[in-house]
Design a protein around this ligand. Sequence first.
Ligand code: IVH
Length: 659
Amino acid sequence: MNRDQYIQLCHELWMHNKAYYVECHPKISDFEYDQLMQELLDCESTHPDWIESFSPSQRVGESLTDGFKSVSHDVPMLSLPNTYSDEEIQSFIKRVEKNAPNQKITYSLELKMDGTAISIVYEKGVLTRAVTRGNGLMGDDVTQNIRTITKLPLKLSSENPPDFLEVRGEVFLALSVFKKLNEQRDEDGLPVWANPRNAAAGSLKLLNPKEAAKRDLQIVLYAISQDSSNKIQSQYESHDYLKELGLPTLKYTAWGENEKDIWSFRDKIFALRSQLPFEIDGVVIKVDSINLQKELGSTAKIPRWAVAYKFAPEQALTQIKDIKVQVGRTGVLTPVAILEPIRVSGSVISRVTLHNQDEIDRKDIRLGDSVIIEKGGDVIPKVVQVDLKNRPKHSVPWKIPAYCPSCETKIIQLDGEVAYRCPNINCGERNYRHITFFVSKVAMDIDHMGIKVIEQLIQKKLVTSPSDIYRLTKEQILELEGFKSKSAEKLLANIEASKQVSLTRFIIALDIRYVGASTADELSNVEDIFALSKMSSDDLIQMEGIGEKVAQAIVEYFQDAHHMEEIKALLELGVNPKKSSVLKTHHFYGKTFVLTGSLMSYTRDQAQMLIKQRGGKITSSVSKKTDYVLVGESPGSKYDKAKKLGITILNEEEFANLI
Ligand code: IVH
């Protein structure tokens, strides 16, 4: 490597740091990143005179995000040295032994959770602060978002909790949740997350805790960094201590006395990896004795008493036989590569999503290309890169078709969107997916109306829009394969039963862009669907959690005459969306609330739900019309405004009493 290449490598690593930490959308895998970093470190050790102060080896990734308060860590949040080979682990053990002669060294063996690191403070047993790792010295205060994690106690369960406790751990997403989240993002034309870790990190950085709550984040705590009671002297024992305090902890921890124990733990976890419901990217080996940890100390960035053994994601080479384009229920086109089937990480992969045209252009993926496929614990395999050496001679860049593969309508791209869409609401494939969604559990919940039934109904032109479902007769259902008199009656009964639906689920079923379950829940505070259809963008923005983009999408949806006709038809056919019943007699009925500050005993979502169930309304800003302002810790300017306007202020205790 010459000096110019060295400088180039520094810039490249910084670009990847930014993509990873700030944008939460890495462009390369961890493995590739670690390899580049190793290249840089090797080069710097051979040419120490080249080292630039801006080299990524000299600083840790900046990662503070606008919109969050930056908080400094009392104890720096270090990262672990990554190793990929047995030799590196052996030299770690040797180094520890050399620095601690004549001591019996034992190890705490742990999963390396592939999430995002968090520091959480409990004061007198109450959760008071949660901060991301950030650059290790300062992080973002994400307390509000962390409080939405249901399994994390806001109060420790121990009767005698320490006065001050800082614990460290990992926030992550279950693979199943990650998969659903990405499917939804793909449908909505948003960029998909590269892996669950980025999805978790991105979710913690949501400015609206209500949005974060929807992400169903999980957490485990694996270390104590400050404890006023000073109880614990062994890392391995700290897992039990954390559990006693009521905190979620790591699974499969083990205690190791020698190198052999480390390998058998590594092998056991490696074999288990594909069955775990969450992602891990290796194992962590930590010196067990806390005193010895202190003796060994750390450098500015990494401890000398712990190391991560990372599992390189499994990769395989295969060929793209075809690129098919799928039409989603909102019309979004998704290119999917059809592969020469190949086995990776225990499963046979024959297709892989290429997400969108941007992704294809970036990786320059072409028909007939040989590609490297990667599948870690990720449920979603991905194309890592094209093997250019084997590219067919006359290949050309791949372009999304100009016309819809299902209905041949001209494809459009909306302003500011990566996705291309088929704008035809009568498009066959789009319609099929739309109807499948309409009858699904989250929407109208029509039992026994599976994919096969819908396919036939569409093919026989018995159903072309959702309202047609309510026009079906027994005779028509009997035309479908597999139906006899009894089963046809059963399906009709299910269709009938689905007419009694909550307004929330009815709104979900309409499939308005960007409107998921919790937005639909918020929208269902209106009188009825017609009231909603008449609301302006300004009215909608007043509602909690509804921003301009969503408001605009709602207004546009109802401006479409076809949508209004369909809604009218559904109601005329007997669909009867009802508001969920509220306690009309409750003191909160008809009252308007504003919430500010962090609440101790409830998440924001819970408090809002309690108010709504009692017929209260929640708005985002304080005005003369506000009846109550519920105030938590460190309230914002809304509190001052409420005091000025003489509005009744409730603290948590008063609120709880009124409930
Ligand atoms: S201990 C000084 N334990 O790995 C020790 N970290 O590269 C640092 N991680 O930022 C943390 N599982 O996000 C520790 N069992 C585990 C872990 C773990 C995952 C993550 C954590 C940290 C990163 C270090």
